[in-house]
Design a protein around this ligand. Structure first.
Ligand SMILES: Nc1ncnc2c1ncn2[C@@H]1O[C@H](COP(=O)(O)OP(=O)(O)OP(=O)(O)O)[C@@H](O)[C@H]1O
Ligand SMILES: [Mg+2]
Length: 339
């Protein structure tokens, strides 16, 4: 069953510098209980996509397209409707836990209040729910911890408390926007595992936003790769890792450490993503692409099906089939040979 269906979503910001085309024609769908990884470098539109779904865009934004949650249209809906959805059916986990935890109240009190905001419950029952939620995200001595303030929690514990906040009302969809970048790698892995476990247990779908393709490998069912404000590739996670069909994804994969190849060289993609104020003509990845051709600079390629459930926005996707080529295009700089 499809829980979230985003169709042709575009978000523009009207700024003093001009029109920022932050998200362009993004479509995606997410089934109940599914985990979708959304990956791409800084500025490619991941957070703005999430904000559009959550109804958290600032006033200078213009939104087009459709966002259906369980068949209910969220675009153009009233602020009140969305406020009701947030915290009950939709929950968001941010990079900085202090954006959802208030420093002046005990953690358990805040969880209980979040519960009471959407449920008719007496204080005592809400407190019990709060302690339960802390226990579910692996916080030891949850009863004692519930009485503590956020500053008495470590960074990782605060992240856990934020996950507890997200799951306390049994949401259908949790959007986690880079929840772990401030933490060390081991803690990151534990937190994301906690999140997916808690979500799965609660039957919630997760949209996991990250820079790091490696992070989604063990956790997501499907992956959406974004670049220049739009989707450039999407596929099931195994398919994407085994047969990437977009040079940008190949580039991202080249910067994921492979534990089986100790000492391998990681190849970052040279150059920087385009500004959404000045998108290049044609394919937005063209200026950095080792396989770029003249036709890529003229028209932006359409999303094409490379296989069932596998979309790519590259006219040369079929040439990326060989693993050997895929692994080496960025090393060899085929630019000259190709054009
Ligand atoms: N309120 C706003 N007004 C104007 N431009 C904005 C606004 N919010 C975001 N943008 C721009 O939209 C583009 C996409 O931003 P977004 O935050 O979605 O990127 P991101 O993929 O989440 O990047 P990061 O990985 O750094 O979080 C960026 O160029 C950003 O500067
Ligand atoms: Mg972001």
């Amino acid at each position: 069953m499809t829980l979230l269906e985003v169709d042709g979503l575009s978000v523009d910001f009207h700024t003093e510098d001009g029109l920022v085309r932050a998200v362009r024609e993004v479509s995606l769908s997410l089934g109940a209980g599914e985990v979708l990884g959304v990956v791409g470098e800084s500025g490619c539109g991941k957070s703005v996509t999430a904000q559009a779904v959550m109804g958290l865009l600032p006033r200078n934004a213009t939104v087009r397209g459709s966002i259906l949650l369980d068949g209910t249209e969220l675009v153009g809906g009233g602020a009140d409707d969305l406020r009701k959805l947030r915290g009950s059916r939709l929950a968001m986990i941010f990079q900085d836990p202090m954006t959802s935890l208030n420093p002046v109240y005990p953690v358990g009190w805040q969880l209980a209040e979040a519960y009471r905001a959407h449920n008719k419950a007496r204080r005592r029952e809400a407190n019990r729910k709060a302690v339960e939620a802390l226990e579910r995200v692996g916080i030891p001595e949850p009863g004692r911890r519930a009485r503590q303030y956020p500053h008495e929690f470590s960074g990782g514990m605060r992240q856990r408390a934020m996950i507890a906040m997200a799951i306390i009302n049994g949401p259908e969809l949790i959007i986690a926007d880079e929840p772990t970048t401030a933490l060390d790698v081991t803690v990151q892995a534990q937190i994301l595992e906690t999140l997916t476990e808690a979500a799965t247990e609660a039957g919630a779908a997760v949209m996991m936003i990250t820079h790091d393709l490696g992070v989604v490998a063990g956790m997501a069912n499907r992956v959406l790769v974004m670049y220049g404000g739009t989707v450039v590739e999407s596929a099931g996670v195994d398919e994407l890792f085994a047969h990437p069909r977009m040079p940008y994804t190949v580039g991202l994969l080249g910067s994921v450490p492979n534990p089986e190849q100790v000492g391998q060289r990681l190849t970052p993609i040279a150059g920087a993503p385009p500004s959404p104020l000045h998108l290049p003509p044609g394919c937005s990845f063209g200026p950095r692409c080792p396989l770029v051709q003249d036709r890529c600079r003229e028209d932006e390629p359409e999303l094409a099906a490379a296989a069932k459930g596998h979309l790519t926005r590259c006219v040369r996707w079929s040439e990326l089939s060989g693993d050997e080529l895929a692994g080496r295009i960025f090393d060899r700089q085929l630019t000259e040979e190709a054009s």
